[in-house]
Design a protein around this ligand. Structure first.
Ligand code: SF4
Length: 316
């Protein structure tokens, strides 16, 4: 009989076709995030345990995996924080022993300051920690952590893990309006991101019914502003959720966002193209239009040509 540890496969924009493993009892977590789509945390804890008989989880995986076809990832995620399960390392190695599946772990990152948690994750192919704010006040407001956690300890843990982990870290940030979206919050976060150097940075906002009504969604325009601002500081980032690069609303905002970006610093055509994920024709069209309207001009530096914003005309 299935115990309900395995779910999916579910199509995921980030992970392709992903088979989920939930190894945590419902809403057992070190955080009680205001935006949590699973609901309010009922067991707020930082204590690692073997919550289930590991053989039951392995058995269900063996029985399920034969029935599912192709999958891209086996993903440890679900209705709580997976690193609270102290069998996580053994389970990752168990899945890897099939030599067919890549593994990903979705974690809130709060326990990475613990050596045993970092060691457990070393065999995963991708670790996706979240880090919504590195400012203690905002962190407490958005993630409502267990009392033993401080953002300093958590940040140090993630940085330490990034030095030890040989595979990819995709860092996820969720913005809630008026909670962790101030310039100070974002500046502080960018400084930490420069130390973590994740392979990918993914930003999103409240897209589904949240656990608390204080979690409000940012508008597309506000998300685009954050996207442009962060891209100028830490390189290319992804927007996830309903407002993303596959969505028309994203493209509607490009011209305005290109202006913002070149007003922050000059960019080459290829940088703009890469940041916004558009083709040559589209980016040339936008640049030509901005030059015509005197909102931008071209400047040569060495062998490269940069597009420079004319702030006096287009300071948005
Ligand atoms: S860390 Fe994840 S599971 Fe825990 S409260 Fe936050 S969103 Fe929910």
């Amino acid at each position: 009989m299935s115990m309900g540890f395995i779910f999916g496969p579910v199509p995921s924009r980030r992970l392709g076709l992903s088979l989920g493993i939930n190894i945590i009892p419902f809403k057992t977590c070190s955080y009680n995030c205001i935006y949590c789509e699973v609901g309010k945390t009922t067991d707020l804890t930082v204590e690692r345990k073997s919550f289930f008989n590991i053989e039951d989880i392995k058995k269900e995986f063996r029985e399920t995996i034969d029935k599912v076809g192709y999958i891209d990832f086996v993903t440890f995620s679900g209705s709580g924080e997976p690193t609270l399960n102290k069998d996580l390392g053994e389970l990752i190695r168990f899945v890897k022993s099939f030599k067919k599946y890549k593994t990903a772990v979705l974690t809130n990152g709060s326990l990475l300051f613990k050596e045993d948690v970092r060691a457990d994750l070393l065999d995963a192919d991708v670790v996706i920690p979240s880090l919504d704010s590195v400012v203690e006040k905002s962190f407490k407001k958005i993630n409502m952590p267990h009392k033993d956690l401080s953002i300093q300890k958590i940040t140090e843990g993630i940085i330490q893990f990034s030095k030890e982990f040989k595979n990819e870290i995709w860092l996820e940030i969720l913005f809630a309006k008026g909670v962790n979206d101030s310039e100070d919050d974002i500046d502080a976060l960018c400084e930490v991101l420069k130390q973590i150097k994740p392979a990918r940075i993914q930003i999103g906002t409240v897209d589904r019914p949240p656990a608390y009504t204080t979690a409000k969604k940012l508008s597309n325009e506000e998300m685009m502003d954050i996207y442009v601002y962060m891209s100028s500081k830490v390189g290319n980032i992804d927007i996830i959720g309903s407002f993303n690069k596959e969505n028309d609303a994203f493209y509607d905002n490009i011209e305005r966002s290109v202006i913002k970006m070149i007003n922050i610093r000059p960019c080459s055509k290829s940088e703009l193209k890469e940041t916004f994920g558009v083709d040559d024709r589209k980016i040339e069209e936008i640049i030509d239009k901005l030059i015509k309207e005197s909102k931008a001009y071209k400047q040569k530096f060495g062998s490269k040509t940069f597009i420079v914003g004319n702030r006096s005309v287009s300071n948005l």
